[in-house]
Each structure stands twice: as structure tokens, then as C-alpha cells.
Design a protein around this ligand. Structure first.
Ligand SMILES: [Zn+2]
Ligand SMILES: [Zn+2]
Length: 180
């Protein structure tokens, strides 16, 4: 969570699900609760692993369906910063994502174009700006500085650094909306 720390009571979380038109099942609440508590942008499998700590009998399909429902209801964001696997984020505050090509960690980084949100640009109403950045994280830099080479940047990086991914069909969460 880069800008907003979510302090949400269970009642508020249940209410949020209801007002988004979702039945607040135990599994959906658990998924939302975990995503609100982390800024690690976990994959579906990582969410499953966490939810199973509290609810050991929960099935993979249930957690995957919960992630789908929460994404469609715009309660969480499905990120395509990692082309190999979807990652999830409950933080709706304006921020960009930086993925380390060495350790695959996804970090929140600040964006400086929030001003565009809610503005008309060339007649278009901008609602969300998604920025994905790629490189080597500070932890890996420290490690490689002492161990040697960083290797070559991948092709993926070159493509991705140009993409704002605003047109990505898999990525249509209302990420830029100010959180209530
Ligand atoms: Zn790294
Ligand atoms: Zn994030």
C-alpha cells in the first residue's frame, strides 16, 4: 500500500462486498482481507496459500472464483505487470508498479501523473492510468554489486517499458478512482 493504509473492520469489509453486489461469503471476505493486508501483489496461488492458513479446506476453484468476482466488482485490481501470471492488489490509490526482472518482486512506486485523472485529454475522459516499470530492485542491486554482473535486460523489458497498458483488456479495474 503506497499511499493508503487500509484499516478496515470486518463489518466494513462485509458491507463493501454487499454494496458491490456480492454476497459476503467467508472465502470472499478472507481473500479481500488478505489482499488489503499485503503490498506484495500476490498471485492467485499465493492468495490460496494464505487463505488456507485460516481456512484449510477451501478449494482452489473457490479462491479463484472469489478473485474473479472481486476483480469484476472493482474491489481489487488484477495486474498484468507480470506477463506470466496475474497478480492482485487491493490498493486503489494512484500508484505505479515496478517489477524486478531478477527476483520477480513487484513494488509500488509513486506516479506523478495523477493530475490527469478525471481530466479530459484530447476529448477523452481519463479515469485510470496504469504504469508498469521494469528493472532491477534495490535489494538485487545491492546483492549483484557485491557478486558481479546484472546480466542483459530482457526483450520483455524493452517492450514493457513503453507500454502504459491502458489498452490491456485484462486490466480494466477502476484503479484510479479515489478511494472513499
Ligand atoms: Zn529484485
Ligand atoms: Zn500496488
Amino acid at each position: 500500500m503506497f499511499y493508503t493504509a487500509y484499516i478496515m473492520t470486518p463489518q466494513k469489509r462485509t458491507q463493501r462486498l454487499r454494496s458491490a453486489g456480492l454476497t459476503p461469503t467467508i472465502q470472499r471476505v478472507a481473500v479481500l482481507e488478505y489482499l488489503e493486508s499485503t503490498c506484495s501483489h500476490p498471485t492467485a496461488d499465493q492468495v490460496l496459500e494464505e487463505v488456507r492458513r485460516k481456512h484449510p479446506s477451501v478449494s482452489r476453484a473457490t479462491v479463484y472464483n472469489a478473485l474473479d468476482a472481486l476483480t469484476k466488482a472493482h474491489l481489487i485490481l488484477r495486474l498484468t505487470v507480470d506477463p506470466g501470471v496475474a497478480r492482485y492488489d487491493a490498493d486503489h490509490s494512484p500508484h505505479a508498479h515496478f517489477r524486478c526482472r531478477l527476483c520477480n518482486t513487484v513494488y509500488d512506486i509513486p506516479v506523478h501523473d495523477e493530475k490527469a485523472l478525471g481530466l479530459d485529454v484530447d476529448g477523452h475522459r481519463v479515469e485510470t492510468v496504469r504504469t508498469y516499470a521494469y528493472g532491477v530492485c534495490s535489494a538485487c542491486l545491492k546483492k549483484t554489486n557485491s557478486e558481479g554482473s546484472l546480466g542483459e535486460p530482457t526483450k520483455l523489458m524493452q517492450n514493457a517499458s513503453q507500454s502504459r497498458s491502458a489498452s490491456s483488456p485484462d486490466d480494466t479495474g477502476r484503479g484510479g478512482e479515489p478511494s472513499a
